[in-house]
Design a protein around this ligand. Sequence first.
Ligand code: ZN
Length: 250
Amino acid sequence: MPLHAAEALILRTYKLGEADRIVVFLTADRGKRRGVAKGARKPKSRFAGGLEPLTRGRVEYFERERRELVRLRYAEPICSPLLCRDASALAHAGYFAELIDEWSPEADPSDALFRLGAAAVEALAAGGPVERLARYFEYWLLRLQGVYPPLDRCGNCGGGLEAGARLSPGAGLLACPACEPAGAGAPLSGAAIAFLRAARSAAPGALEEIALEDRAGRELAAAHRLLIRTHLEKDLKSLRVVREMAGDSG
Ligand SMILES: [Zn+2]
């Protein structure tokens, strides 16, 4: 049984048997893994405090031949969402972890996705602005997946988007007010677009310096929800088809 040591982000856990947990975690070098944490639900477990979703930590695990589940030896937190000062930040840690879980295929390493999650938990633990971080995180996650439409110009006529745009997830583009005066998709004001443009070159720890007024924040939240729903449904369907074709009904 080869032993691997890695930096990892905990994505989710669920109960197994009387005292154990199954842990889904994203490693920096080998992508997403699932493992058994023996005795993780016992009071004095060596996993105590290390398995909260979005915890960044060091893990050691054994790969088992022809077994999908690895065995976790330990998980030691480096940065934990339990350091968050309020419930909203902690809840967002769970949201970010779930998004990463949904968007990261098994055993397909993405250094960029790992670094995004690691930077997000650090910003949350440091008390950064939660809503701005959430919009930033969604933007970068979707951008890394190649589903965020280009921000520079209208996807239809090539005109500027300074006056705002409408996001059309089906067409995968942002359209200017002249091309898309109203109707389908989510509206984004010039202020919302400006936030995204600033987010392109900012670190998650520097979001204090980027303004996001409430209205623009709500627009971005709605637009991102629409994009995520549209694309995850599509992805999950194709994943199911791929698994069925591979004869894997689990
Ligand atoms: Zn246009």
